[in-house]
Design a protein around this ligand. Structure first.
Ligand SMILES: [Zn+2]
Ligand SMILES: [Zn+2]
Length: 190
């Protein structure tokens, strides 16, 4: 059993072509693969208006309520809805690094999503942010040189970024974390 998986998409990310119709909240909740499971659907696809309904369904299934935010244009939307944690696409632009400060000020965990896939400059990321080792993207870079210099600067979380039932695992990301000598930060306690 994995300790946690906080980066999972469900059918609420309707419009993301990688999500399949079987990837419902109910299905995810029934697969006993991680002790703490959080759903992080794309905020722009859930929509501010339906976010409360989404959060209610996630909570009713016993899961943590998250979201994935596509950079600074969605900052105010992210600030207007309640969740347990937030995952942020930090593109390499001033406003995105500033948005991380604003999200941290909300007092809940902020996870920087797959920085290697977005050219995020980790030197500019506040050290209070958690940095993700993402099973979908980690193998698409020279992860030793990208993450290696930062292993002492940040705390890290491992995420599946599952869009489909058979993506509900963290096999490659965990291998990388072990190779880098990272100890995963457990964000929530039961
Ligand atoms: Zn993403
Ligand atoms: Zn994602």
């Amino acid at each position: 059993m994995l300790p946690q998986d906080l980066h999972i998409h469900s059918t609420w990310s309707n419009g993301d072509a990688s999500v399949v119709s079987e990837q419902t909240i109910g299905f995810i909740a029934e697969v006993p693969y991680a002790r703490i499971i959080g759903i992080s659907d794309h905020l722009e696809l859930v929509g501010e208006d339906l976010f409360e309904e989404y959060a209610g369904e996630v909570r009713a299934a016993g899961l943590k309520v998250g979201m994935e935010i596509d950079g600074c244009p969605w900052l105010s939307a992210a600030q207007s809805v309640a969740a347990d944690y937030r995952i942020f696409h930090c593109y390499d632009r001033d406003a995105d690094y500033k948005a991380l400060d604003r999200l941290l000020a909300m007092g809940q965990p902020v996870i920087v999503a797959h920085p290697n896939a977005l050219d995020t400059n980790l030197d500019r990321v506040p050290p209070e942010c958690l940095v993700e080792i993402n099973n979908r993207y980690i193998w698409r870079c020279d992860w030793r040189s990208f993450y290696g210099p930062f292993v002492d600067r940040f705390q890290f979380v491992i995420g599946s970024d599952a869009h489909q039932p058979n993506w509900l695992n963290q096999t490659v990301a965990r291998h990388v974390a072990t190779e880098l000598g990272l100890r995963e930060k457990l964000v929530f306690r039961r």
